[in-house]
Design a protein around this ligand. Structure first.
Ligand code: CTP
Length: 414
């Protein structure tokens, strides 16, 4: 599982345990999450905002009515931004105000305004925790779907022993990691191809394209989040792929084909996102061609088509291809869907104002008789939406895994 790119809104309220939230931020950021800290005024009595700012690399939000900050990202936008809202530590006062549905400061307002899962880790004196008032508030919050992490038992800062301690940051990190994740692809082995390939001309030169591999890496992350085992077969890329994926680095189309075929036997889903070079020099040389040789033409031959090769196999995984197009996206994608015998084709526009490296893009997901438009959005968000789309297509019924294991696709589904 991965926390990469997860947007965590971390509320910190007035408790001596606020110092542990610093370590929690460090762990989340280390795992690649984006963390926005929101402190209650009481929390600032325990830990300085600067500590959280240094650890999260973002300004801490504290006030509901800060016009300057609200202009940049309003509290409603912030509530929408979050993939999860976590309050750790949550004081007795915070629990009571949330249970009442108050919205008189930034944190409580965000909790009302968000549709993301909310997790609360209370920390307080044992008597306060055991007080029927606090227990009633906890009960009310749990009833409403809030996940409450039970406080740990032990010696407290006030000298008492009992429940009330904030659990270890490492434990809280694990709770957040598992949060709201639909592990619908548990037990599935997915192969993702990503990035460009390079086809050598001589030891110094090659043919390639502008692919960055970002979409492929985002897809690998989204599949991992859904519980799949992921093999990422990638060409030369600059971004570090997720360490949770089984990564295989290749250079040429021929190597990508070889590695994909080798691993496709026990695979139920192939997402072919790589921008495989279509042509390669017929006779790459071992020695560098000198300028003085005045080579004016380069003889090329087609590279093997990885997706089409898989599409021809009698027993094949569910196949998802990508089509980078400058025009007629749907038609071109559908033509490729049929020609390569794949189940879904995802078209994206390239051209003078749209490139491989764009941070935001739009996708058209095409099957034999329908098209679904996703975006415009970031590649990470689109990757998650696309994986949800694929998951739903794999099995409209509940058990995706059973479906996939039973039906490595033996016929043309398009
Ligand atoms: N693909 C592949 N092997 C190739 C070329 C493409 O597996 N040698 C896969 C890509 O990973 C992608 C899909 O085929 O999933 C479509 O790639 P694209 O480059 O858009 O299409 P081409 O078949 O190369 O056609 P054209 O370049 O003419 O649009």
């Amino acid at each position: 599982m991965t926390l990469r790119y997860r947007k965590i809104l971390l509320g910190v309220t007035g408790s001596i345990a606020a110092y542990k939230a610093c370590e929690l931020v460090r762990l989340l950021v280390q795992d690649g999450a984006e963390v926005q800290v929101v402190m209650s005024p009481a929390a600032e009595q325990f830990v300085g905002a600067m500590t959280f700012e240094a650890l999260s690399r973002k300004p801490v939000r504290t006030a509901l009515f800060d016009r300057e900050v609200e202009m940049a990202m309003s509290h409603i936008e912030l509530a929408r931004w979050a993939d999860a809202v976590v309050i750790a530590p949550a004081s007795a006062n915070c629990l009571a105000r949330l249970a009442m549905g108050l919205a008189d400061d930034l944190l409580t307002t965000l909790c009302l305004a968000t549709r993301a899962p909310v997790v609360i880790a209370p920390a307080m004196n044992t008597a306060m925790w055991e007080n029927p008032a606090t227990q009633a508030h906890v009960h009310a919050l749990v009833e409403r779907g809030v996940q409450v992490v039970s406080p740990a038992v032990g010696e407290q800062a006030c000298g008492e022993t009992g429940p009330g301690r904030l659990p270890d940051p490492e434990y809280l990190r694990a709770v957040i990691e598992d949060l709201g994740t639909d592990r619908a692809l548990q037990g599935i082995h997915a192969i993702v191809t990503a990035g460009p390939t390079r086809e050598p001309i001589d030891p110094a030169r090659f043919i390639s394209n502008f692919s960055t591999g970002r979409m492929g890496c985002a897809l690998a992350d989204a599949l991992l989040e859904r519980g799949a085992r992921v093999t990422l077969i990638h060409g030369p890329i600059d971004i570090p792929p997720s360490s949770d994926a089984d990564c295989v680095a290749v250079t040429t189309a021929a190597e990508m084909l070889e590695e994909t075929l080798k691993r496709s036997e026990d695979c139920q889903l192939l997402v072919a996102n790589a921008a495989v070079a279509d042509w390669r020099p017929c006779a790459p040389t071992d020695r560098k061609t000198k300028k003085a040789q005045e080579v004016r033409t380069l003889e090329l031959e087609p590279t093997p088509d990885i997706l089409a090769t898989l599409g021809q196999q009698a027993s094949r995984p569910y196949l998802v291809g990508f089509a980078a197009e400058t025009e007629d996206l749907e038609e071109n994608a559908r033509a490729k869907l049929r020609a390569k015998n794949v189940d879904l084709m995802v078209a994206n526009r390239i051209g003078p104002n749209h490139g491989f490296g764009d941070a935001e893009t739009t996708l058209e997901v095409v099957d034999a008789d329908s098209v679904t438009r996703l975006g415009p959005d970031s590649k990470n968000t689109l990757a998650r939406q696309l994986v949800d789309h694929i998951t739903a297509r794999l099995s409209p019924a509940s058990s995706v895994v059973d479906f996939l294991h039973a039906a490595r696709r033996t016929t043309h589904s398009g």
